[in-house]
Design a protein around this ligand. Sequence first.
Ligand code: NAD
Length: 272
Amino acid sequence: MKENELAELNGKVALITGGAGVLGAGMARILGQYGVVVGIMDLTIEGAEAAVNIIKKDGGKAFAVKANVLNKEELEAVSNFIIDKHRRLDILINAAGGNMPGATIGPDQAIYDMQLPHLQKVLDLNIIGTMLPSQVFSEIFSKQKSGIIINISSASAQRPLSRVVGYSASKAAIDNFTKWMAVELASKYGDGIRVNAIAPGFFIGEQNRALLLTPEGNLTPRGEKIIEHTPMGRFGVPEDLDGALLFLCSNMSTFVTGIVLHVDGGFGATSI
Ligand code: NAD
C-alpha cells in the first residue's frame, strides 16, 4: 500500500488572504481538515475570527490576523507575527480579490462611461493585492527554500467576460504573474518553491450574488446565460475547489509550477 500522500500536510502553516470570504473560507476549511494550521487574514478581525471559529469547531487549528493586502507595513507585521509564533510559513493563498459595482459597464453603458477611480481600485485589489503579499511572504520561502503560493485567477482571465473590464484584465495579469513568479522563485531559490493558480468558474459569492440570482433565488438573465454556457449545468460550490487545492498544496504536485488549474464545470472548454 502507498502511504497517504496528504499526511505531509499535517502541521504545515498556511496563510489565506481574504480568508473570511466565500472561497477563502472554503479553502481554509479543507486545509484545516488535513491538519494545516490556517491563518485567516482579512480586512476585519471579526470576519477573520468567524472563519477561524468554523475551523476550530471542526477540530482544526487556525488563527486570525487583520491586514489590508495593499498595505506593505501591515503585511510585514503579519509576516513577523507568523514567524514569531509558528517559526515558518508553508502555503500562501492569495484569495483577496474581486470586482466592484462601479467598475462594471452596465447594460445601458459603454466603455466611455468607465470611471477611472473605480477601475483603479479593481486593478489595485486584484493585481497589487496579489503581488504585494507574494513579495512579502515569499521572502520567508526564499530563506526556507520551500513554500507554495496559490493565486486565484478566474474564468474571465483568458476569455474576458462582457461588462467586467477591469476585473477581466486584472485576472489576466494574475495568470501572467503566476508564471513570472514561478520562474523567479524556482530559478533563484530552488525546486522547493512553487507558484500556481486556480481559476474558478462561477461560484455564488457575496460579490456576484445579485448579478446571478434574483432575491427569490432564481437565475437572472446573466445567470441563465452562464449556466447555459456551463456544460455541467450548475454553479460551483466551495467544495469543488478542494481537489485542485490539495493537489497543488501537496507533494502530489512537486514538479508542477506556473500553471493555472481551471475548476469551472467545463465553462472554458466550450464555445457555444
Ligand atoms: P468574497 O468577497 O467572498 O471574498 C473576498 C474576501 O477578500 C472578503 O472577505 C474581503 O473582506 C477580503 N478583502 C477584500 N479586499 C481586501 C483587502 N484589501 N485586504 C484584505 N482582504 C480583502 O469573494 P470570493 O467569491 O470568495 O472570491 C475570492 C477570490 O476568488 C477573488 O479573487 C475572486 O475574484 C475569485 N473568484 C471568485 C469567483 C466566484 O465565482 N465567486 C470566481 C472566480 C474567481
